[in-house]
Design a protein around this ligand. Structure first.
Ligand SMILES: C[S@@+](CC[C@H](N)C(=O)[O-])C[C@H]1O[C@@H](n2cnc3c(N)ncnc32)[C@H](O)[C@@H]1O
Length: 329
């Protein structure tokens, strides 16, 4: 089965699902009922969501829903991120998009703000705005989106061959589902860091030929940007593991004091990492404008005097300190 016929099968099935409810499409999920009140019933009736990541969102964030369907999770997200946030839903099935777009102004008027937009597009090719392309194809006599899509694409080998040939399994989120390993690898390849499993269904939603299918909610952060600068900061990994390896290949043993660049230091202070580290500011701060480049390809230990200052010789104990054979810390 080619990617073109798979896509067509998925579109056809979701196209039908946009018109009437199809019970077998995707996993049952519980949503916070307070967010459902403003969502029109045709969206709720034809919803095939497979997980609810909305409880991990924060006010002001920008949310991208890949495969947004009739828009349920987008409309929930819109309420969580609020007026200062933004939600973009992408879907390739025009019928799904039509339901979502029809509902959007009504949700906006109930909320008192409009922060959701829906775009026609394919997850695997987000740069291509299919609405624009379609406008151009209609204006110029070169065919339509369907015929263009037909000459594109090749299939990726992720699930057994027989399952790949089954359009029912494709449209039911079975064939084409990523292995958990490939799911993480895709985030890493796309340049995200700090990946964390927030929810992993214990009971599979379905099993086919002994292969279990479940939904997994993962948190990941966009790749940090900007130069690596030396500001004499240090971090200590607190454990419980003997050592950790971050997405930039910084390997750190528990309890040791490591030199990190300003960017890594600030990143570790964010919520996902901060409980794992102790943060050591230098006694004399190096202003950002005066900071030298830091070689982030290494993870050197930081000599305490680099943070405390070479001349640091404070004595606060009144009695003689009792140091062990390794000296005092
Ligand atoms: C499970 S439903 C969406 C549910 C929605 N995200 C929610 O939680 O309410 C899956 C949607 O993904 C869309 N879809 C599947 N493969 C796609 C692709 N390659 N590009 C864009 N949309 C796709 C289908 O058209 C369908 O509307």
């Amino acid at each position: 089965m080619t990617i073109v016929s798979v896509e067509k099968a998925v579109k056809d099935r979701y196209g039908l699902g946009a018109e009437t409810r199809v019970a077998e499409l995707c996993c049952p999920t519980d949503y916070d009922p307070q967010y459902l009140e403003v969502i029109p019933h045709e969206v709720l009736d034809r919803d095939y969501g497979c997980g609810d990541p909305s409880r991990y969102l924060k006010e002001g964030e920008t949310v991208l829903d890949l495969g947004s369907g009739t828009g349920k999770i987008c409309f929930i997200a819109a309420q969580v991120v609020g007026e200062t946030g933004r939600v973009i839903g992408i879907d390739m099935t025009p019928e799904m998009l039509a339901v979502a777009r029809h509902a959007a102004p009504r949700v906006a008027s109930s909320l008192g703000f409009a922060n959701v937009e829906f775009r026609l597009g394919r997850i695997q090719d987000l740069k291509l705005d299919l609405d624009l392309l379609e406008d151009e194809l209609v204006a110029k006599p070169v065919g339509d989106v369907e015929s263009l899509l037909e000459i594109q694409g090749r299939s990726d080998e992720l699930v057994p061959d027989a399952m790949q040939k089954d359009p029912e399994l494709w449209s039911g989120c079975i064939s084409g589902a990523l292995t958990e390993e490939a799911f993480f690898a895709a985030f890493e390849e796309a340049g995200f860091h700090g990946l964390r499993i927030l929810v992993r269904q214990q009971q599979p939603w379905q099993a086919v030929n002994g292969i279990e299918f479940r939904s997994v909610t993962v948190e990941a952060f966009k790749r940090k940007k900007g130069p690596c600068l030396e500001r004499n900061q240090a971090v200590i990994y607190k454990g419980p593991f003997k050592e950790v390896l971050d997405d930039d290949d910084h390997r750190m043993e528990r309890g040791l004091r490591y030199a990190v660049c300003d960017k890594t230091y600030n990143l570790y202070r964010q919520e996902a990492y901060r409980d794992s580290f102790e943060f050591l500011e230098p006694l004399e701060a190096i202003p950002l404008g005066a900071a030298e480049p830091f070689d982030c390809s290494r993870t050197p230990l930081r000599e305490p005097r680099e943070t405390k200052g070479r001349g640091y010789d404070l004595t606060s104990a009144t009695a003689e300190p009792h140091c062990g054979p390794e000296g005092c810390c």
